[in-house]
Write a protein of this length. Structure first.
Length: 276
């Protein structure tokens, strides 16, 4: 029963990633065409490096992070389908996902920060570095969980009666990531409130920051579910099934975050080139 459930979930993971990958690639191409048509040869946002102004068009970050996410989703689809066909023993760690998020999520944060008025290069690079470290905490928490339960998984990965261990190392990485996430978004909200009080702030900014923050927080709840970080319930399902449900949630959230941010900012840029 457990094995059939796990295979069914893997098929869902593969299918959702295939759909997300194709849609990401399609919208990446569409955005490149729109941007090339609308902004060809133009500078855009002013980025400050050591007090010196440099023209930089933020809107080109949009097809960058959707394109990377599309390729990564297709890789996950291929790897998942291949693993199911070969019936390979699984390593319950989202390595491809965490590498992709380190890059694509950093690009998303650049867009969010610029929308808030954070335009100093060193601040943007600091947010990017914090994002890479945040993704590393996600990777290390999954790795610790897998290592602690490797022997159990080899014995009978489909049994619902097995007692899985949530090691302290996994929880330590999770809570460190939670603290890091908070530290990353405090300055974003500070600049957001500061800009929101000024006259003429675009309505898009007032929508983007709260929505993106809530979606980012949702990733944390998905990770907390996998690790049972809040100790709300005992494990009553195969660890592989719990892992696949988390992967499925990540895929849906990732597509939602990047599609919402990309098109919301792009439409704003097309309406008002100064906001691009």
């Amino acid at each position: 029963m457990g094995s059939r459930c796990s295979c069914g979930l893997q098929a869902w993971v593969a299918g959702v990633n295939l759909g997300a990958g194709c849609l990401h690639v399609a919208q990446t191409i569409a955005m490149i065409v729109l941007l090339q048509t609308r902004f060809a040869g133009q500078g855009w946002w002013i980025l400050y490096v050591d007090g010196v102004e440099h023209p930089f068009r933020m809107a080109w970050l949009l097809p960058f992070f959707t394109g990377i996410s599309g390729v990564a989703a297709l890789v996950v689809w291929w790897r998942t389908r291949r693993g199911m066909q070969l019936r390979k023993r699984r390593r319950l760690v989202n390595t491809v996902l965490w590498i992709e998020y380190s890059v694509s999520s950093a690009a998303c944060l650049w867009v969010v920060c610029i929308q808030c008025g954070i335009d100093a290069l060193w601040k943007l690079l600091l947010e990017s570095a914090a994002n890479v470290l945040l993704m590393y905490t996600g990777y290390r928490s999954e790795l610790a969980m897998y290592r602690a339960n490797k022997a159990v998984l080899r014995t009978d990965p489909g049994s619902v009666n097995l007692q899985y261990t949530v090691p302290r190392e996994a929880l330590a990485w999770f809570w460190f990531g939670t603290a890091l996430f908070t530290a990353m978004f405090v300055p974003i909200w500070y600049y957001f409130f500061e800009r929101a009080t000024r006259p003429g702030v675009p309505d898009a900014v007032l929508v983007i920051i709260p929505v993106i923050t809530l979606l980012y927080i949702s990733f944390g709840f998905a990770a907390a579910y996998y690790l049972n970080a809040f100790r709300l319930c005992a494990f009553k399902e195969p660890l592989a099934s719990r892992f696949d449900k988390t992967r499925l949630t990540y895929a849906i959230l990732s597509f939602s975050v990047k599609s919402f941010l990309a098109w919301f900012v792009l439409f704003g840029a097309l309406r008002d080139p100064r906001a691009a």
